[in-house]
Design a protein around this ligand. Structure first.
Ligand SMILES: [Fe+2]
Length: 253
């Protein structure tokens, strides 16, 4: 059974109940690690195979909206989602958040730090979707597999701050952005939302700097981005000139 809705950004949302589950596909076994003095592996060299990372499940989707607060409230009110972390543009905290990481309220049952993340921006669009793989070796070896075949790594490998995931971002041949991740945070419904400034350097604890491709500031994106910013500022929405200035500062801070 499904209900088809449209969120305030115009993005179609299908709420589905009573899905029948299919048998699980063969899993990629997690590796056995020696952690410091906790040494679980002996007489067995670590040899992660260089093979495609097997996706275990969809973790989250990230959307951008010109009506971010309106869309955020719609998801909180209609789907009962709760906020794990808010980000705000530096110097504009008094105007409220411009990005939020949102999780399902499953009571005492831990759930992903974010199932949905939303940011204020000049267009209503998909940003990326993220797929869990078993561990860091599966992530990295799977990344080598893609790199050797000429795929474009957008950003990675690193560890996020909001959600703590080990991440690796790739573009498929159509430019569609996807993330492989492992070791993400799980929260129950007792944690209060966090607040932090929205900066490129604040998106990761370690790893290479966020790339222009990931941030949408690379030359191949510049023309389309400038046009969408120009149009968004002229339209009646939450993305005004001050917000545009705030967004431009994110990439360089
Ligand atoms: Fe992500």
């Amino acid at each position: 059974m499904a209900v088809e809705l449209t969120d305030p950004s115009g993005i179609p949302v299908k709420v589905v109940a009573g899905l029948h589950e299919l048998p699980a596909l063969p899993a990629q076994a997690p590796h056995m690690f020696n952690f410091g003095h906790h040494q679980a592996r002996t007489n067995a060299p670590q040899r992660p195979p260089r093979e495609p990372a097997a996706v275990q499940r969809l973790g989250h989707v990230v959307l951008q909206s010109t009506r971010y607060i309106e869309a955020l409230n719609w998801y909180l009110d209609n789907l009962g989602l709760i906020v794990s972390d808010f980000l705000y543009f530096a110097g504009q905290r008094d105007r409220g958040p411009t990005m939020s990481f949102i999780r399902c309220d499953r009571g005492a049952t831990p759930t992903d730090h974010h199932t949905l993340a939303m940011a204020l921006g000049p267009a209503n669009r998909y940003v990326h979707s993220a797929y869990q793989v078993s561990d860091l070796d599966a992530l990295a070896a799977g990344g080598e597999y893609l790199r050797e075949r000429g795929y474009f790594r957008s950003w990675g490998i690193g560890r996020h701050i909001q959600g703590s995931q080990l991440f690796d971002y790739w573009r498929d041949p159509d430019g569609f952005l996807v993330e492989h991740f492992a070791d993400g945070d799980l929260f129950d419904n007792t944690l209060e939302p966090g607040w932090a400034p929205f900066t490129a350097s604040g998106l990761a604890q370690w790893g290479p700097p966020a790339s222009g491709d990931f941030l949408g500031t690379s030359p191949k994106h510049a023309r389309a981005e400038a046009l969408s910013m120009f149009n968004a500022v002229r339209e009646h929405n939450e993305f005004d000139v001050k917000r545009l200035i705030g967004l431009l500062k994110v990439a360089t801070s």
